[in-house]
Design a protein around this ligand. Structure first.
Ligand SMILES: *Cc1c(COP(=O)(O)O)cnc(C)c1O
Length: 228
């Protein structure tokens, strides 16, 4: 097996596991969108998964994404790029220009900067609010008890908030975190739930994930761990 096949095999295995989890949960096939997390991997590693039909990708750093995605997008204009990492407000311009979905709206300053850039550029990526369900100090996101007010303030700024994203604490059962995210989404009339990574995406699908963000299970381990 050559290197360019391994990520395609990974992709096919994850897609099969997603279909099985959808079925187990009594959800329709295709209910869950796979966001292939390609951070740290170069364009040559990503391209075979595009050739195999994958179209939705997640990156966590604006500058890294700017370096590899414009050329890939020229060849695959229908791909959809998600920002899944923390955004610095001084990178809002680049983020609005490059990404189709911004999953990591996590503080008022970022929401404000995104709203201004969207007006300036006339480009309106859909947004998710990141919720810090585990109230972890080192992790980005809005505290669950502040979620409703923050979502309302984002909407007032004109952002198109379509859903929520979370990253549960690594050392805990993720299920209660996924259930909490679903409940916050429900009471705010939001339909998109981005939850579940390589280790727990089947659990997330059982609890209603509409998007799972899977990196390692497709592309293999990353050169070095990156901060969330
Ligand atoms: C890296 C990352 C992922 C993918 O994690 P894997 O365990 O490699 O599947 C998902 N979500 C976010 C926010 C990430 O930073």
């Amino acid at each position: 097996m050559n290197a360019s096949c391994e990520q395609v095999n990974g992709l096919l295995a994850v897609k099969a596991a997603i279909a099985a989890a959808e079925d187990d949960a009594g959800r329709p096939v295709g209910a869950v969108t796979l966001v292939a997390v390609s951070k740290t991997h170069d364009a040559d590693t990503i391209r075979p998964t595009l050739d195999a039909g994958q179209r939705v990708f997640g990156e966590n750093r604006v500058q890294e994404a700017e370096g590899k995605w414009p050329a890939l997008r020229a060849d695959f204009p229908d791909l959809e790029l998600h920002l899944i990492g923390p955004l610095q407000s001084n990178k809002a311009r680049e983020a609005v220009a490059l990404f189709d979905v911004i999953e990591s709206v996590d503080r008022p300053k970022v929401a404000q900067a995104l709203a201004e850039e969207m007006t300036r550029q006339g480009r309106h990526p859909a947004c998710l609010v990141q919720i810090n369900t585990g109230l972890e100090e080192q992790k980005a996101g809005i505290a669950p008890q502040q979620a409703d007010a923050f979502i309302a303030s984002c909407r007032a700024l004109g952002l198109s908030i379509i859903g929520l994203m979370c990253i549960p604490p690594v050392d805990e059962n993720p299920a209660p975190h996924f259930a909490l995210l679903r409940e916050i989404a429900r009471r705010n009339g939001l339909t998109v739930l981005s939850m579940g990574m390589s280790g727990d995406y089947q659990t997330a699908i059982a609890l209603g994930a509409t998007h799972v963000r899977v990196g390692t299970a497709i592309f293999g381990s990353r050169p070095k761990p990156l901060a969330e």
